[in-house]
Ligand binder design. Sequence first.
Ligand code: CA
Ligand code: CA
Length: 220
Amino acid sequence: MPTIDGTWTSSSEWNNASETVQNYTDSTNLVIRAMRDADFVYVLLEMPEDFMIDGHAAICFDTLSDGGAYMNPDDICYILGETLREYHGDGRTTLMQQAPKSPNVIAERGLSGSNSPYGSTRDHVTYEFRLSADYIGSEQVSYGFYVSFDTIKEPTNFSYFYSWPDTGSPEYLRVASPRSWGILTTSESEIPEFPLPVIGALAGVIGIVAVVTRTRIFKL
Ligand SMILES: [Ca+2]
Ligand SMILES: [Ca+2]
């Protein structure tokens, strides 16, 4: 399972994760990878065109998967900037409200190099998160899921904001309505003791699922 140190620790670290790629109209890209085991959900955010650690990244879970216009108390966001912070909804706005940080989450950010499949030319920004499955609903196999991040761009030094799903004009601390979040589908990555040929067939099936669900839904 991944080591939460903010970078691709090895070239195989996130090989078993799902992958979702979002291309923005200004040529910025976001790569989301996710996987889980019995205890934890792991998320990697990767910005192949961002070479400076100067912004924030947020991941949000609709832990009841009940959507809605506003962000509710079961909708939990984590923002990693210089520190890691936790936010819940207030039920009447789409603004994140800061909450005490649960010990159930850890996150780090850094620059990833050639261990990343996107890192062959230049080290770029990556964020890694690990959350206790119990805390975000271990009985769930899928969640409403939302990502936003910002970065400062030359030559203006303005902050630019992006989100997944790409719903328009994201703002810091404001989410899209949970009804328009994407879906994160989870399944156990632990493979029981199948004979080797079965594992090969299983890997083929997982590969097909990943391609089919590439834009909106990703399998863990
Ligand atoms: Ca790592
Ligand atoms: Ca909710």
